[in-house]
Design a protein around this ligand. Sequence first.
Ligand code: GLT
Ligand code: MN
Ligand code: MN
Length: 389
Amino acid sequence: MSDRFLPRPADKFTFGLWTVGNVGRDPFGAAVRPSMTPAEIVYFLGEVGAYGVNFHDNDLIPIDATAAKKAQILNDFKKALADTGLVVPMATTNLFYDPAFRDGAFTANDPKVRAYALQKTMNAMDLGVELGASTYVFWGGREGVETDASKNPLDAGKRFREALNFLCDYAIDQGYQLKFALEAKPNEPRGDIYLATTGAMLGFIETLDHPEMVGVNPEVAHETMAGLNFLHHVAQAWDRGKLFHIDLNDQSIGRYDQDFRFGAVNLKSAFFLVKFLEDVGYDGSRHFDAHAYRTSDYEDVKAFARGCMRTYLILKEKAAQFNADSEIQSLLAEILADDGSMDEFKGHYSPARATALKAYAFDRAALGQRGQPYERLDQLVVELLLGVR
Ligand code: GLT
Ligand code: MN
Ligand code: MN
């Protein structure tokens, strides 16, 4: 392995306990790998060169753990963090696994479930903050329906808003320096999930009492499984100052929820994503929310984890190469050419500007005749990615 693609702490590569710790259970088959303790996962991540580890409350502390068991797990986990130097940038709540959440959590019809979800989240926030988390992710899990007969979507939206307002105030009241990151997912594990895309989350955030505390955690697989362009959602989030966290993985459109190794399916999309994050200067965690193939043993899970980080770093180098490639850059200059003749129409509306623009005679036929060398440009990108440039 060439050294320049080895991960460094400055790369901020993180993994959830549930990612490399995934034992390969799926709806059709049992676990294929023995489970590791949280501390063992931290040592595992330390060995492959990760910077940080994230968790759901119950990845770390089982939902039915005794106080003594909790203390012992926490002790081992903290020791593993100290031994490896790994940090905990993000934490979240499991509001989807336990049967209590079969109808969702914050949006469940049963008020007791909603109250329990708030209680569980406050406790999980305490745990996350104790371990150093500064970002708190909310993935809705089962906040949706199988049938719209069961729940009014307006009620669901109000309940979700009330829950987040309550939890923002809780964080403020505790003096926590926490930012919330909302993660959208369109249609798994329920067929119809509320606020199904990052764009929907961005709209929702503006309706909260503390919108400044709340951003998004987009995941490659989630927009992709809906057949959408992930990069465009990330760009919208960035534009609004709301890209608080990002979940990197890969997914084929139309398949089950795959959570594949970053770059495993669509290298070109992964390239444009990395290029975007690096060009704009995103400095948050690069969190790999992915897991190894079910066919992997733990040696191969290491290859999976190293592969996620290595592919990111290779694509980062390719992005720098794109920016420095004179042929690509001169094509871009040609594409973006501006002779200044439209300058008088640029900028904010004014009556004079509108009048002048309405009076201007455009040569529509000429506009329609101008081609753009996007084929050439795209082929250069393909050749760059294939390593022949
Ligand atoms: C689960 C989900 C992810 C979320 C995780 C955090 S859990 O793997 O599919 O996308 O980010 O709750
Ligand atoms: Mn995710
Ligand atoms: Mn996912």
